[in-house]
Design a binder for this molecule. Structure first.
Ligand code: PLP
Length: 434
């Protein structure tokens, strides 16, 4: 372990690794060689407090020993098996996932991650309703796939070809309201009116599903105002539309509850998940189906599938991760740290630093919105965000940055002391760049 290894890792990366969502020529990625809990380090031993949970997925922290051991044990028993087989670990993983879902959810379709979870939930909704359109929010992220099945040449393409299929709407975001709202109640009511008008204008009988992140994450941790999600549920019911809640980022502890929608008065028809279900130790995701949708496919072929659906290593990691989270009170820890440390600490930051326009969130899921001017709410520019990133890394804090925001999203296992330390470092960085 040395700085030479860091240099080699970086050289090999820059010579041969093609990165997501990036122009390739100007990248200089952080080298990470190891991690434990809420800390990661490079080969030379430089340590960083992980306030990003990588891509907001290591809810259980890095290298949880029980999850690592479960993967090792499963690898020694059976590393891979076809999805059409029955496998005990897969059955246990489905049972564990369902144990945290509301009554009425009966089965789980496993995928490799969040994007294909949403792909398959949309497919299920279309086939269940016989309708094609999906209404989703402009400020959202649901994953990076889409054209693969339509490009396919065999029978699997035909039940998956939909025209005019995606419609967008504005969800609630009081700080930058599209609806001239000044209170959460107004924002909720007007956003619901807008959503219903979009659906009416599109022709409600053409709409299969409303697909929403329960709390839009990458878009800015946009916690919905009171009544909004219940209102969306009511609109969906009024027009026979299914509600798909994307819990990929918000689910499995991030908000201090097993599912983010547990904090709101709403139950969806389909739930999509990935990330926190096993903290990304092995790629995995899935769709949780409510009984009526599952029954649609009792006698009808479901035209979807993946070679690695229910992969044994992923399944073993799900069982171990969910057991450890339950046994060790990890979801409760996320709630407590959010309530006692991150919430008050970020409110203090907002009150004292002129760059901070708003902080919002819950559990270990927070956004700090940086503005040039608190009155106009003009976002800060990329250059300033670059200084925030450099300042944080120089202090040993690994931040998650999106547009003009710092997302404070440590693992659910973060201790109150680590949360205090991270907040202190962030406060210093923002004071420096203000
Ligand atoms: N849905 C949400 C809410 C996400 O945040 C993400 C990824 O960040 C996805 C879906 C896509 O998940 P994946 O990258 O595992 O395909």
């Amino acid at each position: 372990m040395s700085t030479d290894d860091d240099a080699t890792a970086l050289r090999l990366d820059r010579d041969h690794v093609f990165h997501s969502w990036s122009a390739q020529a100007h990248l200089s990625p952080l080298v990470i060689a190891g991690g434990l809990g809420s800390t990661v380090w490079d080969h030379a031993g430089r340590r960083y407090l992980d306030f990003s949970s990588q891509l907001v997925n290591t809810n259980i922290g890095h290298q949880h020993p029980k999850v690592v051991a479960a993967i090792q044990e499963q690898a020694a028993t059976l590393t891979t098996v076809a999805p059409a087989t029955a496998n005990l670990t897969r059955g246990l993983a489905a049972e564990r996932v369902l144990s945290h879902a509301p009554d009425g959810f009966t089965s789980v379709f496993f995928t490799n991650g969040g994007a294909d979870a949403n792909e398959n939930a949309i497919r299920m909704a279309r086939l269940h309703t016989g309708r094609d359109k999906v209404v989703s929010a402009y400020r959202s992220y649901h994953g990076n796939t889409g054209a693969a099945v339509v490009a396919t040449g065999d029978w699997r393409r035909v039940p998956n070809e939909y025209a005019r299929a995606h419609v967008h709407h504005f969800g609630p975001y009081l700080y930058r309201s599209e609806f001239w709202a000044t209170t959460p109640e107004q924002e909720s009511e007007r956003a619901l009116h807008h959503l219903e008008r979009v659906i009416q204008a599109e022709g409600p009988t053409s709409v299969a599903a409303i697909l929403l992140e329960t709390i839009p994450g990458t878009a800015g941790v946009l916690v919905p105002p009171p009544g909004y999600l219940a209102g969306v549920r009511a609109i969906a019911d009024r027009y026979g539309i299914l509600l798909i809640l994307d819990e990929v980022m918000a689910g499995f502890g991030r908000t201090g509850r097993w599912f983010a929608f547990d904090s709101f008065d709403v139950v969806p028809d389909l739930i999509t998940f990935a990330k926190g279900v096993n903290s990304g130790y092995v790629p995995a995701g899935g769709v949780i189906l409510s009984e009526p949708i599952a029954k649609t496919f009792d006698d009808r072929v479901f035209p979807g599938g993946l070679t690695y659906s229910g992969h044994p290593l992923a399944m073993a990691s799900i069982v171990a991760a969910l057991d450890a989270m339950a046994d060790e009170g990890i979801v409760e820890n996320a709630a407590t740290v959010g309530r006692d440390v991150l919430g008050p600490g970020l409110a203090e930051l907002a009150a004292t630093n002129p760059l901070v326009g708003e902080v919002r969130g819950l559990g270990v899921f927070w956004a700090v919105e940086l503005v040039r001017d608190q009155a106009t709410r003009e976002p800060v520019d990329a250059a300033l965000m670059g200084r925030v990133k450099a300042g944080a890394l120089a202090r040993g804090l690994l931040p998650f940055l999106a547009d003009n925001r710092v997302h404070v999203v440590p693992p659910c296992v973060v201790t109150p002391e680590e949360a205090e330390t991270g907040l202190g470092l962030l406060t210093e960085v923002l004071a420096e760049v203000a």
